[in-house]
Design a binder for this molecule. Sequence first.
Ligand code: F3S
Length: 642
Amino acid sequence: MGLNLAQKIIKEHLISGEMTPGSEISIRIDQTLTQDSTGTMAYLQFEAMGIPRVKTKKSVAYIDHNTLQAGFENADDHKYIQTVTSKHGVYFSRPGNGICHQVQLERFGVPGMTLLGSDSHTPTGGGIGMLAIGAGGLDVAVAMGGGPYYMMMPKVCRVVLKGALRPWVTAKDIILEVLRNLSVKGGVGKVIEYAGDGIKSLTVPERATITNMGAELGATTSIFPSDEVTREFLKAQGRENDWVELKPDEDAQYDEELVIELDKLEPLAAQPHSPDNVAKIRDIGKLKVDQVAIGSCTNSSYMDMMKVAAILKGKKVHPNVSLVIAPGSRQVLTMLAQNGALADMVAAGARILESACGPCIGMGQAPATDAISLRTFNRNFEGRSGTKSAKVYLVSPETAAASAITGVLTDPSELGEAPKVSMPEKFVIDDSMVLEPAPEGADVEVVRGPNIKPFPINKALEDKVNGKALIKVGDNITTDHIMPSNAKLLPFRSNVPYLAEFCLTPCDADFPKRAKENGGGFIVGGSNYGQGSSREHAALAPLQLGIKGVIAKSFARIHMANLINSGIIPMTFENEADYDEIDMGDELVIENARDQIKNGSSIVVKNVTKGKDIKVNVSLSERQVEMILAGGLLNYTRQQNQ
Ligand code: F3S
């Protein structure tokens, strides 16, 4: 039987396990990436493992999230990352060089390779034919040390793109249509593999827009074949030698299939507050718009920016709209500056931001109270913009630019003829803002400012695990709820004790205090608990507060892995109705926890307060069982290395 593309790359990198969906496999990782907000922790963890030099083919550290330097904290982190990476063999992309996924695609991504990144949008690399997966920083640290990456063998869902897009309809509209069909849970446990005659007409950055937002489907990753379009892109980046052809076998099998007729699509928007709350622009109507933000790792490529510049050229931004634009990389910004497109944007009244995540991560440009903000980004969770009452709509760059001019949500086709923009034959190549690591054995001093604090490490699991249900939350709790990531907190990513004071406070302001007073305990959650970003701080902050286990209806994949890595037991109700059998403040206990977890997936949590036994599932692989028993991945890795 033939293999699909995802299976081919997995097979090529397989270290252990059976390639049957749902069973645990481990794969070899060729490349890693980190960004600064998860990177400090990843490198602290790498150091804690005691391995002198990274063993990957290429590892790159980016500074793109916390580029504001309102205090010493971010600059301390940057200095630490710059020095620790130099010492251990990692390339360092300086602040200002661009957003990690955009730069990785331009300068480092190689078709057919595996990429593990401590950022949930690492699947952007699937646009160039990589098997690119987002994971917690500790997983990335282990991969940098040459260790395998463990995951469940995914199912593979083929999305067949048929025909070609009509003018003004974009790659963003394709992925919004996929989200409309599959929902934010629809990709869980799956790789989304794109196929069909429609992919020929999509450039690599357009493909990357689609694979980028596969993260919003909850997918393990998304991938496109590597074809002539990929070769042209790599050639224009001066990297034609990195190209290989990749395609599924003729008789490849897929677990699921979705067909999208491209010529039937029209401009779409994801309405507040979920990326799958998708509707046609013309059905939503002419909403008055207060802010338009163009950029992020989803839509900040050269082509995106050139189309925006063409729409803005000779026009003025509506007086009631604040338009901000952040080109995705220094390469893109340089080219816009050289060809005059940047001047067109500025002349129209756009505010140009540095090439970084910026408003996407709540770093500046919080909208006004109750404002409507159109963004070309990938997430519109409540409060992520920095303003709780703001309503964020996710749209294409074309829709965003058109609406910035009219002041109301506008289907860009109303502007008449679509701008004609073509891929450059040669991108501007200047890697001078990527610093090579020091030679092996060189004497590099790692600089640790006061913002670099020790992180919590769990203890081996005790036989009796007990404590109160310290908080009970509903469905779809995101990592933004668990560990808020706003401009005030972002500088403290390497200071977990401080961050823990804000853990779950959007749900319950007293939770950290209560957790500390009780010496830790349990969290009770609804379905899809921990959806959103890959941030492992959403597991480290609860660990700092003494959380021993989370009992939920279901978990988002990366968050569950991060809990296990921290040695916190993730449990799902065997019978979902039992969610109602635990109230906040109930005393819970797991007797013989070590034996129960060793002996199988179904374990009993006693609700002592209500005098009731609650059956929960702990779906762990053998290795994950060992990790929970050891008190997390770091303890487990140290045990393995002894
Ligand atoms: Fe940055 Fe936003 Fe992407 S934070 S990595 S631009 S999702």
